[in-house]
Ligand binder design. Structure first.
Ligand code: PGA
Length: 251
């Protein structure tokens, strides 16, 4: 199983900057990318084409969408369909990122519709889950992650190809804050995520990838990647520069 090293560029970068960052990254890792790593770039929609061109000939690189609306097409002003992402060369998409849950108010059920529909249309899906600081303090980590996964994965068929479903554990209090969950917290949460996947998918759950996200940096990446049940990272801030993300990707 290849570790999935994902760069979530959020609402950053115009086309030229996106192109330069992607080219810089390809150049920095082309001779040093370990065989067991896959690099995924999730740029804003407007930069998908530029990044696609920059990574076209780079082995081990993939392109993804940060979001979509779960429908084929239709009167959904401002939205984008999975087929439009596929048409741009995307093979992956995120669902349930905490910024969409907390800023855009997306509910668990809606996130679940995206996971089901994205898989149906042919995208590999990354379901993001994670607790807020208050939920953690109230001892509700398990309840929250279980609810987000039960609803988020409710429509996923039992025969899903395991490499097409990834769960990213991203504690909300660690995203963009500089605070990283400690090894003990990560191992505990990832063990929980794995056991929920096993209840749902049986042995196949062992072939699904679990990413950690939340202030991953070049300095902490290799320790995080060495932990049990960590099969990749989802990186925001430190993925914006080719220099820092290349160090994470090869950590
Ligand atoms: P961060 O973001 O690395 O800036 O904390 C992670 C994410 O939002 O996926």
């Amino acid at each position: 199983m290849k570790k999935l090293m994902a760069a979530n560029w959020k609402m950053y970068k115009l086309r030229e900057e996106a192109k330069l960052t992607a080219e810089g990254l390809v150049k920095a890792v082309k001779d040093s990318l370990p065989q067991d790593r896959e690099v995924l770039i999730l740029p804003p929609f407007t930069a998908l084409r530029s990044v696609r061109k920059a990574i076209k000939k780079a082995p081990g690189f993939a392109l993804g969408g940060q979001n979509f609306f779960p429908s084929m097409q239709g009167a959904f002003t401002g939205e984008i369909a999975p087929d439009m992402l596929l048409d741009m060369g995307c093979t992956y998409a995120l669902a349930g990122h905490s910024e969409r849950r907390h800023i855009m108010g997306e509910a668990d059920e809606f996130v679940g519709q995206k996971v089901t529909f994205g898989l149906e249309r042919g995208l590999s899906m990354i379901l993001c889950v994670g607790e807020t600081i208050d939920e953690r303090k109230e001892g509700r980590l398990e309840e929250v992650v279980r609810r987000q996964m039960d609803t988020g994965l409710a429509g996923v068929p039992a025969d899903v190809a395991p490499e097409r479903l990834t769960v990213a554990y991203e504690p909300v209090w660690a995203i963009g804050t500089g605070l990283t969950a400690g090894p003990k917290e990560i191992v505990e949460a990832h063990g929980l995520v794995r056991s929920i996947l096993q209840d749902k998918f049986g042995a196949k759950a062992l072939e699904m990838r679990l990413q950690y996200g939340g202030s991953v940096k070049p300095e902490n990446a290799s320790e995080i990647l060495s932990l049990d049940n960590v099969d990749g990272v989802l990186v925001g801030g430190s993925s914006l520069s080719a220099e820092s993300f290349s160090r994470i990707v090869t950590a």
